[in-house]
Ligand binder design. Structure first.
Ligand SMILES: [Zn+2]
Length: 218
């Protein structure tokens, strides 16, 4: 049975590396995939991993019907033995519905990869729809660690090294460089305390933080 599978996790959990590995393994067996992505760090129409691997992909646009795109590709004699959708958190919920239709109406496996929650620890709309629709959700827990050594489960946005919890869900390109926006993965405790590696080093604690031993029993 074809499946819609959602591989989800934090920013540094190795999603794109796994996407590229699935692509490699299947093409080595003579299968041909269709790869969608959106706002990859390597630029438009690319799927890349932190480890430096990169492959060409179809850049998904706003309001694009990805189901219609696959149907069109097939009707022109193209092949799509499976579909990979990377950066799926950036897809619209409607586009996730279209991916589910690729599975149900065309009988093609769809492997979606995405960050589960944003820097405020809220679900991305695309990821929410995937959780709702996927046949399987695989939570990737690779090497991502908080600065304290605990498993990093949350994404933080920083400006000038300080964690922020306000702002647009997605900031892409053309960002005012003076703002110096960065991202860091943290454990839930340090996400809720807004303690980044830089602020921990500086010994800066947010004002609402209790001493560690006062909360260690909770
Ligand atoms: Zn931590």
């Amino acid at each position: 049975m074809p499946e819609l599978v959602f591989f989800s996790g934090t920013m540094d959990c190795g999603k794109s590396t796994l996407a590229l590995q699935i692509e490699h393994n299947r093409s080595a067996r003579g299968l041909q995939g269709m790869i969608f992505t959106r706002d990859d760090r390597a630029g438009e129409g690319k799927l890349s991993s932190r480890l430096g691997l990169v492959t060409d992909a179809v850049e998904v646009e706003d309001d694009q019907d990805v189901y219609a795109y696959v149907v069109d590709h097939l009707s022109k004699g193209g092949r799509a033995d499976y579909v990979i959708a990377d950066e799926a958190q950036f897809l619209a919920p409607e586009q996730i519905d279209q991916l589910a239709r690729v599975v149900d109406d065309l009988g093609i496996d769809v492997f979606a990869f995405g960050i589960t929650t944003d820097f405020r620890s809220k679900l991305f709309p695309g990821s929410q729809r995937l959780v709702e629709l996927a046949d399987r959700v695989e939570v990737l827990q690779v090497e991502a660690l908080c600065w304290c050594g605990a498993r990093a489960t949350h994404n933080a946005r920083t400006i000038g090294g300080r964690m922020v919890v306000e702002g647009a869900q997605v900031v892409v390109g053309d960002v005012d460089q003076s703002e110096d926006i960065g991202y860091e993965v943290l454990c839930r405790r340090h996400h809720s305390r807004r303690t980044t590696a830089a602020s921990a080093r500086a010994g800066v604690l947010s004002p609402d933080v209790l001493p560690v031993d006062a909360v260690s029993r909770t």
